[in-house]
Design a protein around this ligand. Structure first.
Ligand code: UDP
Ligand code: MG
Length: 334
C-alpha cells in the first residue's frame, strides 16, 4: 500500500501538510502570457503573489502552487523582471519569438500539465478580476472541471472593441460554434482537462472554442472587467481580425457552404436575367444600357475573389496542419 510520502510529488494527491484529516489540497498554477508588459509586470506579479500567499495561508491550495509567466518573445524588460524574481512560487518561460497570445498560453498550459491539479489562465494586465479565483477553486473542489470567467459589462473597452467583439460572437454562433459570450481566456481548468487537451494535435488551436467543445462539467462566474493599469493593448485590430478569422475557419466550414449558396443564387438570378434579355430581343427592343452589363461584371468579379479568398483561408489551414510545425519554442526556463 502507498504511504502518504509516496504521494507527495504527485500533484493530484498532494496532502494537507500538517497531515491532519488527510484533506488533499490542490496544487494551483496560474499561467500568465506576457508580451512587452514591463510597465505592469511588477504590479501584476505582486498582486498575484499576494493572492497565492493568501490562498496557501487559508489552506485552499497546496504550498507547492506557483505562478508561471510566459514571455511571448518580449523585447523589453519583461523577462528580466521575471528572472530576477524567480522562486519556488514564481516560474518563467521565455519563448524565442512572438507567437501570439493563444500560442503563448498553450506553451504555458503544456508546461504545467501534470505539474498542477488546476490551472488558471489570466492576462498579465489583470483586467480580469482575480478576486473570483477563490470562487473558481471552490467550484473545482465540488467537481467542476472547467470554470469560465465571464465579463458582465465591457465599460472599460472602447466602443469599437465592444462592437467588433459582438459581431464576432454573433458570427460564431451563426456558424454553429459553441462559444461563451464575453468569455476571453480567464478560466480555471483541471489537470485532467489539460491532459485531454494534449490529444488535439492541430496547429491552429482556438482555445476558446476547444474547451466548451470538450464537454467537461463547467460553470461560469461573472465579473466586471477593469481598465488596463498601464501599457497599451497588445491586441491591435490586425491581431483581432486574425483571431476572429482563425476562430471561424478552425471550427466551421459554414463559409464554404455560403459560397456554394451564393453561387447558386447568383446563377439563378443570371438565368432569369438571360430569359428576360431574350424576351426583349424577340420583342425587338434594345437591351437597356451600360449599367446592366458592367455592374454584374464587377459584382461577379468581387464575389469570385471573395470566394477564392475564403477557399484560400481553408487551404492555408490545411497547408499549416500538414506541416505540423510546433507552435512555439522555449528558449529559457526559470
Ligand atoms: N499577449 C501575448 N502575445 C501577444 C499579444 C498579447 O502574450 O502577441 C498577452 C498580453 O501580454 C496580455 C494578454 O496577452 O497578457 C492579452 O493582451 P491585451 O491585454 O493587450 O489584450 P486586450 O485585453 O486588449 O484584448
Ligand atoms: Mg487586456
Amino acid at each position: 500500500m502507498k504511504t502518504q510520502k509516496d504521494f507527495q510529488h504527485s500533484p493530484e494527491n498532494a496532502f494537507n501538510e500538517s497531515g491532519e484529516n488527510q484533506v488533499p489540497l490542490p496544487v494551483l498554477a496560474i499561467v500568465i502570457p506576457c508580451y512587452n508588459e514591463e510597465e505592469i509586470i511588477e504590479d501584476s506579479h505582486q498582486r498575484l503573489a499576494a493572492l497565492l500567499d493568501d490562498l496557501i495561508f487559508r489552506k485552499e491550495v497546496n504550498s507547492g502552487s506557483f505562478l508561471l509567466f510566459v514571455s511571448d518573445g518580449s523585447t523589453d524588460k519583461t523577462f528580466s523582471y521575471i528572472k530576477a524574481n524567480a522562486s519556488c512560487h514564481v516560474k518563467g518561460l521565455r519563448l524565442s519569438s512572438n507567437v501570439g497570445h493563444q500560442n503563448a498560453l498553450l506553451a504555458g498550459m503544456h508546461y504545467v500539465t501534470n505539474k498542477a491539479d488546476c490551472i488558471v489562465s489570466i492576462d498579465a494586465d489583470l483586467q480580469d478580476d482575480i478576486g473570483i479565483i477563490g470562487e473558481m477553486l471552490r467550484l473545482y473542489r465540488v467537481g467542476i472541471r472547467i470554470v469560465y470567467g465571464v465579463r458582465k459589462m465591457r465599460h472599460s473597452d472602447t466602443y469599437f472593441k465592444r462592437f467588433s467583439a459582438q459581431i464576432f460572437y454573433r458570427m460564431m454562433r451563426l456558424m454553429g460554434v459553441r462559444l461563451l459570450y464575453n468569455h476571453s481566456d480567464f478560466r480555471l481548468v483541471s489537470n485532467s482537462v489539460l491532459t485531454e487537451l494534449r490529444k488535439y494535435k492541430e496547429v491552429n488551436l482556438f482555445l476558446r472554442g476547444i474547451f466548451p467543445m470538450m464537454g467537461f462539467s463547467s460553470a461560469e462566474i461573472y465579473y466586471d472587467r477593469l481598465e488596463r493599469t498601464g501599457g497599451k493593448t497588445k491586441y491591435p485590430l490586425r491581431k483581432m481580425i486574425h483571431l476572429a478569422v482563425n476562430g471561424i475557419t478552425s471550427f466551421s466550414n459554414a463559409p464554404l457552404k455560403l459560397i456554394t449558396w451564393l453561387g447558386l443564387v447568383i446563377f439563378t438570378i443570371s438565368l432569369i436575367m438571360s430569359g428576360w434579355a431574350i424576351l426583349v430581343i424577340i420583342r425587338g427592343r434594345n437591351i437597356p444600357g451600360w449599367a446592366s452589363i458592367t455592374l454584374p461584371i464587377y459584382l461577379l468579379g468581387g464575389v469570385q475573389l471573395l470566394a477564392l479568398g475564403i477557399l484560400g483561408e481553408y487551404i492555408s489551414k490545411i497547408y499549416l496542419e500538414t506541416k505540423q510545425r510546433p507552435n512555439y519554442h522555449i528558449e529559457e526556463m526559470v
